[in-house]
Design a protein around this ligand. Structure first.
Ligand SMILES: Nc1nc2c(ncn2[C@@H]2O[C@H](COP(=O)(O)OP(=O)(O)OP(=O)(O)O)[C@@H](O)[C@H]2O)c(=O)[nH]1
Ligand SMILES: [Mg+2]
Length: 294
């Protein structure tokens, strides 16, 4: 049989579950998840390889109105990726239903003129009548040639969705080695794992004000991985929260992130975190370049 392969970009409102779905489809954690909207800031590729097919999923930031240099870059990236992908996986949150944001995205997809499969996600959270209503509302957008109800959390519907996606990529050789799951540089993935732990412990404006940069990543001769990372925030008060009373918060972030990184690198890890105030970093184009947010 001839092989098939291609790019599938995930589009959807913030918090719809694009990253959770990406991880579920890949079968490994390649991109971070949080209850806060606007978690994903870069385009993260997740590779799903089967005997006869390879999908390169592009997890993207949620589609939103840009507010600063950071969110403008995120939104431009989304629109660029939608113009270059073989097909789009449009992720709709069943629990929230179809809203203005989804209609805006449908407009973008119409312009991009690519095949669209819609996934109604979080079906574990809704009743059957609600699901029927949301399916109808997505149908009315007239943008997707298939709508698949799924739960990224439980795995329900995922096999169906995968089959639909494979149908929409062209014949051709694999684009990535069969054992690769992502193209994300390790230092960025590690920074993201730290940021995920901060997001899990903060609320309101703080999650949006946090970014993490890994400044040193070395493996010592005895096998210990040494990681030095800086957590950027935008104000002294935020620094106080992230550090926590007597360093309690930063300690918890470090412990949780280290445990996960040790699994990932399969060895002992020394994780050294510090918190720095960098006012207005979200508007700092040079820093955003350095952080690989483009
Ligand atoms: N109950 C339920 N929750 C889900 C499901 N999929 C994702 N979630 C939750 O929804 C929240 C957002 O998930 P993400 O995967 O980060 O959403 P996203 O679309 O990538 O969000 P952005 O990166 O901000 O655009 C998290 O709390 C997830 O655990 C699902 O199928 N069922
Ligand atoms: Mg995401």
């Amino acid at each position: 049989m001839t092989k098939r392969s291609g790019f599938i970009a995930l589009a959807g409102r913030p918090n719809a579950g694009k990253s959770t779905l990406t991880n579920r489809l890949v079968g490994e954690k390649v991109t971070i998840v949080s209850v806060r909207p606007q978690t994903t800031r870069r385009a993260v590729r997740g590779v799903v390889t089967d005997k006869e097919s390879q999908l390169v999923l592009t997890d993207l930031p949620g589609v939103q109105r840009p507010l600063d240099a950071l969110t403008s870059r995120m939104q431009r990236r989304v629109e660029r990726e939608l113009g270059e992908t073989d097909a789009v996986l449009f992720v709709v949150n069943a629990h929230e239903g179809v809203g203005a944001g989804d209609r805006f995205i449908a407009g973008l997809l119409r312009k991009a003129n690519v095949p669209v499969v819609a996934a109604v996600n979080k079906i574990d959270r809704v009743s059957a009548p609600t699901l029927v209503r949301v399916l109808g509302a997505i149908g009315a957008l007239q943008i997707a040639d298939e709508i698949v109800p799924v739960s990224a959390r439980t795995g329900e519907g995922i096999a169906d969705l995968l089959a639909q996606l494979v149908d929409r990529v062209p014949e051709g050789p694999f684009l990535f080695p069969e054992d690769s799951v992502s193209d994300q540089p390790l230092a960025i993935h590690l920074a993201e794992l730290v940021r995920e732990q901060v997001l899990a412990r903060t609320r309101q404006e703080l999650p949006h004000a946090v970014e993490v940069e890994v400044e040193e990543l070395t493996v010592r001769r005895d096998g210990m991985t040494i990681i030095r990372a800086t957590i950027f925030v935008e104000a002294e008060s935020q620094k106080g929260i992230v550090v926590g009373r007597a360093g309690k918060m930063i300690g918890a972030v470090g412990t949780a992130a280290r445990a996960e990184i040790e699994q990932l690198v399969d060895g002992p890890v020394h994780l050294d975190l510090r918190v720095r105030v960098r006012r207005g970093w979200r508007g700092d184009e040079a820093l955003l370049d350095r952080l690989g947010i483009d």
